[in-house]
Each structure stands twice: as structure tokens, then as C-alpha cells.
Design a protein around this ligand. Sequence first.
Ligand code: SF4
Length: 241
Amino acid sequence: MEKTIETKRTILPEIKSKIYRNKMAGPNCKRCGTCCRKGGPSFHLEDKGLIETGKIPSKYLYTIRKGELALDNVTGRLAPVKTDLVKIRGIGITWTCIFYDPIQYICKIYDHRPVECRALKCWDTREIERIYNEERLTRKDLLEGFGGIWDIIETHQKRCDYHKIGVLAARLKSEEAQKDALAAIDELLRYDKEIRSLVAEKAGMDPDMMDFLFGRPLTETMVMFRIKVEMTGEKYRLVPV
Ligand code: SF4
């Protein structure tokens, strides 16, 4: 009797895990994990409920803001995005989706995985190519109803618009315009940093949500203008790269 109970205890989780893994595998997927290691998916309108119901908590998301350079997984080229891309974070500084378990080769949110993950079949890319640029989910779709925070996000988006920052970055090359451009970029870097601390502190929000609300920090994204931001004490230094 004891043995039976022990056997059930040991085997059942293994069977369950196999069924779970097979569900993820599908007929042709070898569960190599390559697609999950290449970066989390972008969300589409169809995925809205996954975030709204907390099945995928917003602290695991980040936003690539309009105008930011991003890799187009279909063309394989870097290009400025035309609208917000709301995406799932990577594990630490890697691109591996935060919901991928690299030990068991499984998706931890398999039953609630976004539409891109369901559409992506590496042996037949027609479905992912068809939906890839369609009906992207934006911050507006998710947050417009939240008056206070949405107003702050819109203000941030206008001030830190990537097209405007690109113009400032170009002016750094001109001797006459360089000083003003430096001051303007410095002000934006400070604003971008402070707004995140302020919202986290005053609204009591999880600091991990800030990259979803305001996109990746400017200190990181300036590199797309071939500028590396270094900080010494309270001072920013812009280094051409
Ligand atoms: S959500 Fe799941 S299936 Fe999609 S990339 Fe992440 S681990 Fe892979």
C-alpha cells in the first residue's frame, strides 16, 4: 500500500509534466526553445484580456515606443517601429522570454501564451508573417481609461518623442547647435529618470512596471542615435559610439 502511494507520488508529476510538454510540442515542434530564446513576443489586440485579467502581469512587460529601433522578426532588419510594441521581458539581460523554463524546455504560461507564440511555427512561418504587423496592442489600448497615469504617459511620450530626440542628436555634430542640444538631451534624460521614480513612489506602483508605462529608459535607448550615456555622480556624459 505504502509503495503504491509512493509510486503515485513520484510518477504522477512526471506524467503530468510529459503531457504538458507534449501539449507545447505539437506535431512538429521539437521543443528546442529557439523561438523563446530569441525574445518574448509582442502583443496584439487579441491578447488584451491576458494582461487585463492579470494572467500575464504587467510587471513582466516592457514597451518599445514609437520611433524606437527594433528588430523586425519577419524581415530580420532593424527598423524604427511605427507604433508602440508591448512585449514580454527577457530573463535578466538576455533575450530569453521570462516565461521560458530552460531546464524543462516549457512555457510557464502555455495555456495563456500570446497569439504570436501560438502562430509561430518554425517549420511554416506563413501564419506568423500574416499576423505579425497586424493589430498591435499599444499602451493606449490598455491604459487610456486610467486618467491620471495615462495623462502622464502621454506627456512623457510627447516630450521624449524619438523623432525629436533624433533631431537633437543630429545637432550634436554642429558646433553652433551643440551646446543647446546637449542641454536639451540632458534635461530629457533627467525627466525620463525622474518620472519613473515619481510614479513608482507617489502612485505606489511596482518599479518593474515602469518600462511598460514609459518604455525602456532613454539612458539605454540613446545608443540607437550612436550615443552612449554614461553617468558620473549626478552628471550625464554623452559618448559617441
Ligand atoms: S510566452 Fe511562452 S511560448 Fe511565448 S516566447 Fe515566452 S516561453 Fe515561449
